[in-house]
Write a protein that binds this ligand. Structure first.
Ligand SMILES: Cc1cc2nc3c(=O)[nH]c(=O)nc-3n(C[C@H](O)[C@H](O)[C@H](O)COP(=O)(O)OP(=O)(O)OC[C@H]3O[C@@H](n4cnc5c(N)ncnc54)[C@H](O)[C@@H]3O)c2cc1C
Length: 486
């Protein structure tokens, strides 16, 4: 089934507990902090029903239509189709929605190509994973994940020595019909707009953290679950003209707090297994599928950045200056570099697991690292190109509703390149990208969405064929020895 945007929004009115400070939000689809972004999510659902995009965005299997991100790739063409769908979704928010509906669903789809990774001697959870995959694709589920413990709460000894509950989410009880868990996870982007949250662990756990190894799916309205919103950014936007990105692309981030949340056995994928709780991401294509989506999403953002660099330089006429052209040319090269890294993952696809194709993992992790470490510098180039023009503009576009101010504005703020209002519109957009609170949150997201940089690089270290690289050095050195004395 392919949900419509309207159906998805109706599903969000399910009694979920969302707090903004002490305020409990009644309806995330109408609350001023969320409603515009909720509509953006609805638009992502509706694009699948547009006849022009239907075949890019969905596929048919056994007479049923599913969103393209549920396609398990058996060929390079399948991988290509997945990539195209990610690109279409990412283009709709210019890459500003990180956890769009194709992110976590790609993790689960990748995992479903190797469900044996969920089976251990003690627990056979592979079937649960497959049933969850079926449930997700049949109901066109939008899930996010919470796979990191809260910051600075990773040391259980501190809490135990003070007789305090350890704040990290863990199983506190097992009942006949499932487990009960309490504690926190940080963070869950988009959770307020999601149907469900995948709970797990992307960081390694110590052997004694057995109860934290719980990996499961919970509905966003689960009893005992509350979502604690960070400061909503969208409330800073008075109107779309003055803050066009803040207005509709605050995808939100919440702290996930569970107070005795019940998880039925069939929604549990790992428990009491610290090694497997992390292994399920990398011993299946889950992490690779999901982060390929992140690569593609960043590509859309890179295209917006390149467009902004070009338009901002044109607005001041700086685009005619050779050194500025060189700067923009370098940005164009960077955009094409990322495009190449994305296409390369398909051209060098891996035959893995048996019967399936997966994006080239080393190239995917290289792109992930490139995006994480380059974002700030790339945005800084745009910031420099903007100069002080972003602050030259009046505080609000409402000056257009005052005849005298409007006349002055149009007379004095125009430039040889642009009419005053066009210039203001462009610089408002550029500022929302480089300098607003929305921009600050984007910067933090790009640094941390896949874990801190040392985690991102550890994936590249793990996947590299060290025998091969060490062998090159060994081969050279094998060709010579201590020379005869001269
Ligand atoms: C906007 C945003 C959205 C997010 N969305 C999600 C989400 O949807 N789901 C989810 O599960 N998580 C999400 N996260 C959480 C994110 O995964 C974590 O913030 C990230 O993994 C970093 O962990 P941390 O914040 O605990 O930082 P820490 O691990 O405490 O790191 C803080 C700093 O210390 C450095 N550091 C810490 N330990 C080491 C070490 N051993 N070696 C070297 N350097 C070290 C790090 O490099 C970093 O600079 C999100 C985070 C942000 C900022």
């Amino acid at each position: 089934m392919l949900k419509t945007g309207k159906e998805h929004l109706e599903g969000l009115r399910d009694g979920r507990t969302v707090f903004i400070g002490k305020e409990k939000v009644d309806d995330v689809t109408t609350h001023p902090a969320f409603k515009n972004a909720a509509q953006t999510v609805a638009d992502l659902y509706d694009i699948k029903h547009d006849p022009e995009h239907r075949d890019t965005m969905s596929f048919e299997e056994d007479g049923e239509r599913y969103s393209m991100w549920f396609l398990r790739a058996k060929s390079q063409d399948d991988l290509r189709q997945r990539t195209q769908a990610h690109k279409k979704i990412a283009d709709l928010s210019c890459g500003l929605f990180g956890r769009s509906p194709d992110h976590v669903s790609s993790f689960v789809t990748g995992m479903s190509t190797n469900p044996s990774a969920f089976d251990s001697e003690e627990n056979k959870f592979g079937d649960n994973l497959m049933n969850y995959y079926e449930h997700m694709r049949k109901n066109d589920i939008f899930a996010t994940y919470a796979v990191l413990p809260p910051q600075a709460a990773r040391n259980p000894e501190f809490y135990e020595s003070q007789n305090l509950p350890v704040p990290t989410l863990r199983v506190v009880r097992e009942d006949d019909d499932g487990v009960v868990m309490s504690g926190m996870k940080m963070l869950a982007t988009s959770a307020v707009f999601c149907d469900e949250i995948w709970v797990g662990n992307l960081l390694p756990l110590a052997p004694n953290q057995l109860k934290e190894s719980i990996t499961c799916a919970i509905p966003c309205n689960a009893e005992g679950l509350s979502l604690w919103m960070r400061q909503p950014i969208s409330l800073n936007a008075a109107n779309e003209f003055d803050s066009p990105l803040t207005w509709k692309y605050d995808e939100t981030d919440v702290l996930v707090l569970c107070d005795e949340v019940k998880v039925p056995w069939e929604k549990i994928f790992v428990m009491d297994d610290t090694v497997r709780s992390r292994g399920v991401y990398t011993e299946t294509p889950g992490h690779c599928y999901g982060n390929h989506q992140s690569n593609v999403r960043f590509w859309s953002k890179m295209q917006l950045i390149l467009g902004l660099c070009s338009k901002v330089a044109q607005a001041s006429g700086a685009n005619e200056i050779p050194v500025v052209r060189e700067t923009i040319g370098r940005m164009a090269a960077l955009e094409a570099t990322l495009a190449g890294m994305i296409h390369g993952q398909i051209e060098a696809a891996e035959e893995w697991p048996a019967g399936y194709k997966t994006y080239n993992r080393r190239m995917m992790y290289a792109a992930l690292n490139w995006c994480t470490e380059s974002h700030s510098q790339i945005v800084d180039v745009l910031r420099e190109l903007c100069g002080g023009g972003v602050f030259q503009m009046p505080a609000s576009v409402d000056i257009m509703h005052d005849a005298e101010l409007k006349a002055d504005f149009e007379k004095y703020f125009q430039t040889p390149q642009l009419a005053a209002l066009d210039r203001m519109k462009l610089f408002r957009l550029a500022w929302d990208f480089v300098g607003s609170e929305f921009a600050g949150r984007q910067q933090q997201y790009e640094k941390f969405y896949a874990g801190a940089s040392f985690i991102v690089r550890s994936h590249s270290h793990r996947e590299a064929d060290w025998d091969f690289f060490d062998g090159i050095v060994d081969n050279i050195m094998a060709d010579y020895d201590v020379p005869e004395p001269v």
